[in-house]
Design a protein around this ligand. Structure first.
Ligand code: FES
Length: 397
């Protein structure tokens, strides 16, 4: 069952983005602004901040976000920037504060709703307005338990609107009540972020590059392209699979997921949300992952897994085995992204020539070209003129 009624056109342009786009510092600046700051990013799950005073932070594309649950139980997001001189208000990736956030530089104190409680040595300042000098808020939306933030408001639709085509399907899983299994992890790869996404956006390589996945769900897998910022890939595992140890034991141990409708009981589904978010839902768990650029050739991978609160021992064992399969897959993908990315520095590289089975890569690139139109240029523009040129192309669109 597909969510998008989109056939691959007969005469589509099988080229991907030009090679220069994977190694350009000026382009990366445009991507930071137009791709990452203006689109929704998964910050975590409500269960990562279960109690008032619990917080998590996230540093991406030159921005620092702080997500904190207030005394009133409401989860809010702010720039993690003190209004005095810009220090981080909290330094750790996650933690708990009693009932206020105290800046470690000079000790300004903020309430959990972001308003300023007071400056240290307040008589050294004129009267400070508690809201005006409060932490700067970020857009935040909670969808199915996942916390999405956005650094710049724009004309992008809400998360709920983007995810509407899959809302009914995902609602079967009760994601909002799930619990973290090990916290949010990050790791770094020496590649451009798009090389990570390109590999992830197609399953054409599964048969060759991912023996465990091929064993697990093989020919049932299909990709749906990006349409209005949303893609979906779907597979059902073969209950008789078993050439590999982890797969054999996973299909043997995995309990019948009778909390799900029959067509989802053996489904592994990957939902992509432009530009870089993925939710992977399996019968026993959900994961999110995403990638952020640090430099043209450096990318951070970030993600976490969540489980059912009433998980039994068999489900726990199946989840562990699924994670093993997934870790093998991730490390295989990482190698592929390195090889793809480095090839673009060669004079011999002539660009992608995509299969119909890689239409998801093309549609992701089409989305990117809409927000950063210089990506439509085959020849690299001058680095110093790229921003101006992109603005001109955007104004013509
Ligand atoms: Fe935060 Fe000075 S920078 S109190």
């Amino acid at each position: 069952m597909r969510i998008h009624d989109v056939a691959v056109p007969n005469d589509w342009d099988r080229k991907g983005l030009p090679g220069w786009a994977y190694h350009s510092p000026a382009l990366l600046e445009l991507e930071r602004e137009h791709v990452f700051r203006r689109h929704w990013q998964i910050a975590g799950h409500v269960s990562d901040v279960p109690e008032p005073g619990d917080y998590l932070t996230m540093d991406v594309v030159g921005e620092r976000a702080l997500v904190v649950r207030g005394q009133d139980g409401v989860v809010r997001a702010f720039h993690n920037i003190c209004r005095h001189r810009g220090s981080r208000v909290v330094a750790d990736d996650k933690g708990h504060c009693k009932n206020a956030l105290v800046c470690p530089f000079h000790g300004w104190v903020y309430n959990l709703d972001g308003t300023l409680r007071g400056a240290a040595r307040p008589r050294s300042f004129p009267e400070l307005d508690k809201t005006e000098f409060g932490l700067k808020p970020l857009d935040l939306e909670i969808w199915m338990g996942f916390i999405f933030i956005r650094f710049r408001a724009g004309d992008q639709p809400s998360v709920a609107e983007i995810m509407k085509p899959v809302e009914a399907e995902i609602a079967n899983y009760g994601l909002a009540d799930m619990l973290p299994t090990g916290g949010i992890s990050t790791t770094e790869l020496p590649v451009n972020w798009k090389s990570v996404r390109d590999v992830d956006n197609e399953g054409y390589h599964v048969a060759m590059a991912h023996p465990a996945l091929q064993d697990l769900y093989g020919s049932t897998y299909f990709d749906e392209p990006f349409v209005n910022g949303l893609s979906r890939s779907f597979a059902t595992y073969n209950p008789h699979a078993g050439r590999r140890w982890s797969v054999r034991n996973y299909v043997r141990i995995a309990p019948e997921a009778d909390h799900l409708p029959p067509h989802l009981r053996k489904a592994w589904i990957y939902y992509g949300m432009f530009p870089n978010n993925v939710l992977t839902i399996m019968p026993e768990s959900v994961q999110f992952y995403q990638e952020f650029p640090i430099a043209p050739d450096r990318t951070v991978l970030r993600g976490a897994m969540y489980r059912y609160a009433d998980e039994d021992r068999r489900t726990k064992a199946a989840r562990y085995l699924a994670l093993r399969i997934d870790r093998d897959t991730a490390s295989e993908d990482q190698q592929l992204s390195i090889w793809s990315n480095e090839s673009m520095l060669s004079k011999a590289f002539e660009g992608f020539y995509l299969s119909d089975l890689e239409y998801g890569v093309r549609t992701h690139h089409d989305h990117l070209r809409r927000v950063v139109p210089v990506l439509g240029l085959e020849k690299a523009p001058n680095e110093t003129e790229m921003k101006t040129l992109n603005s001109a192309l955007l104004s013509q669109a």
